[in-house]
Design a protein around this ligand. Structure first.
Ligand SMILES: [Zn+2]
Length: 312
């Protein structure tokens, strides 16, 4: 067995026996891996680094068939706010569950997804001042709330050139999270967690290979006057190319611009936009449906989250 180092976040933890766990860890170096942790809490590494949402530097024994065994772990970030807030914890559990569903094991290309998940968990913990959106709600065409989306950053296409995987130092982690804090817009006070969910879902499903084509109308190529989003075929259409089919959502250019931003902006800027609450709720429901269609399964963690939000 060889000793390897990996930096990653625990996205699933299954207990077996008195003090043993099988951890699913999304790592920078090897993508998603399974790690057997024996005698959790007794040996080196301690209980903290073996818990859900612990982001740690792991030292692992790598056996054959990519089986890993925990040797040691140094926790970088524990996201402890999640553990004392049922709503935040439910969001985080859904994000982790969705991440598990859209990743396959040992795919090192999932580092962007790891950063997205870390940033989303960080913002969940951080919370937001209870501000209402400064935009007023105006009745829009059809059933779509009008206007109310504003972006404070230039739309910069994501840098997709592969970078050599490097572990983050604690200083780099702090710098990355600082950047997210500075750029995340704290409006949508009442729906801030929902905004995090919308961004996480749309960017994660896009990273997983299901990015909708938001460039232009699928039929005629026009880039504006979009008014439907075909969730099954992952395309948008303009008002001259209306098609009747199941799972077509009413859409508009405002929503299209928001989706283009969320799918293409640099990772530390993707939360940096404002959207009025009604529009946010509307788009959030559409993207949740889109994700459900493309992962083709019902996540219990999502049902649980919805139950918590209903009863909260
Ligand atoms: Zn068209």
């Amino acid at each position: 067995m060889a000793l390897v180092k990996a930096q990653g976040l625990i996205i699933k933890s299954v207990k077996f026996g008195e003090a043993n766990r099988i951890l699913t860890v999304l790592t920078r170096e090897f993508g998603k891996i399974q790690v057997a942790a024996n005698n959790v809490g007794r040996g080196k590494g301690g209980a903290t680094s073996s818990q859900m949402f612990a982001y740690s530097n792991f030292t692992l024994f790598r056996g054959q068939k990519s089986l890993y065994r925990l040797n040691d772990a140094d926790c970088i970030e524990f996201f402890d706010v999640l553990r004392s807030d049922l709503e935040k914890l439910s969001y985080a559990a859904y994000f982790a569950d969705l991440t598990c569903s859209i990743t396959s094991e040992n795919n090192a290309d999932d580092e962007k997804l790891l950063n997205l998940l870390l940033n989303a968990l960080h913002l969940l913990c951080k919370g937001t001042p209870n501000l209402r959106s400064k935009f007023s709600f105006n009745e829009g065409p059809g059933n779509i709330p009008a206007a109310g989306w504003e972006c404070h950053q230039e739309l910069v296409p994501a840098n997709d050139t592969p970078v050599k995987t490097a572990q983050e130092s604690k200083t780099q982690v702090a710098a990355r999270l600082d950047a997210v804090d500075r750029l995340a817009n704290p409006n949508n006070g009442l729906h801030f967690n929902r905004k995090i969910k919308l961004v996480f879902e749309l960017r994660a499903i896009s990273l997983a290979g299901f990015m909708p084509d938001f460039d232009c109308c699928h039929n005629c190529g026009i880039e504006q006057n979009i008014n439907t989003f075909d969730l099954v075929n992952s395309v948008v259409r303009c008002k001259n190319c209306i098609m009747v089919a199941p799972n077509i959502a009413e859409f508009n250019d405002t929503l299209l611009n928001a989706c283009r931003y969320i799918t293409m902006a640099e990772m530390n800027k993707i939360f940096s936009f404002e959207m009025n609450d009604e529009l946010l709720v509307y788009l959030s429901d559409i993207i949740e449906r889109y994700v459900a269609i493309h992962i083709d399964k019902r996540l219990q963690s999502l049902d649980y989250l919805k139950g918590v939000l209903r009863n909260g």
